[in-house]
Design a protein around this ligand. Structure first.
Ligand code: PRP
Length: 215
């Protein structure tokens, strides 16, 4: 009997969109409808199983080979870039990284800026590319209040609807890059298990895998 393909899946919105995508690909996903507090689920035909985990842990499971495949946002992959292959852009969970601040913020000010963010790698790369040396202040969440309180000059954060920025009196000064949900794979698993390639190809035909330009 062949081993099921193990998929580390980001809990929450990505999990729900992935279940819909797999349904479109022809898989019977009814086993995911009454989850309770369980965190591991096997498909009825035992061809694959899901591990429901926190976003940054998806790359850890895939890197260690505990999961063959991972489904996670590009924001997480930028912060945790090694130990897996990025295979597919699933084209959901669309949002962007932006620089935002209060209206009086001057992006062209030559003083050394303080940038608050949950994404220090993204922020550092962005300002490095512009040739700007900034001080990064690491914040775990609710980063939008930091410019208002004077803890930071600006923030680098995810913007989806923009509602959180507006509600906290901030505006976007610069867009950094588009973010979407990606499918990643463990390199050894891809090489050694042909079922994984067929599985990914089946998903790819549904997604269409078109890259949108970031506007
Ligand atoms: C994310 C992000 C923004 C918000 C953007 O935060 O960090 O705060 O969503 O969404 P919007 O543009 O649709 O308003 P999250 O909900 O993950 O909470 P957090 O601040 O605790 O990280």
């Amino acid at each position: 009997m062949t081993k099921p393909i193990t998929i580390a899946l980001t809990k929450g919105r990505i999990e729900k969109d992935t279940v819909k995508l797999f349904e479109k690909a022809g898989f019977d996903m009814s086993f995911m409808s009454n989850k309770g507090r369980n965190l591991m689920f096997e498909s009825p035909d035992r061809s694959f199983r899901f591990l429901l985990v926190k976003a940054p842990d998806v790359t850890t499971y895939v890197r260690h080979g505990v999961a063959d495949i991972g489904v996670v946002g590009k924001d997480v992959l930028i912060e945790h870039p090694t130990g897996y292959l990025e295979m597919l852009d699933l084209n959901f969970g669309l949002c962007k990284f932006s620089v935002a601040s209060i209206p009086s913020y001057n992006p062209n000010d030559h003083k050394r800026k303080r940038i608050a963010t949950k994404y220090p790698t993204v922020a550092r790369q962005h300002f490095n590319q512009k040739g700007e040396d900034v001080e990064i202040i690491s914040i775990q969440g609710s980063v939008e209040i930091t410019p208002v309180l004077g803890l930071a000059d600006a923030i680098v954060d995810i913007v989806e609807t923009g509602n959180t920025l507006v509600a906290n009196g901030l505006e976007v000064f610069e867009d950094i890059c588009r973010i979407s949900t990606r499918m990643i794979v463990n390199k050894a698993a891809l090489k050694n298990n042909p079922a994984i390639i067929s599985f990914i190809q089946k998903i790819e035909t549904i997604v269409g895998n078109q890259e949108e330009d970031f506007k």
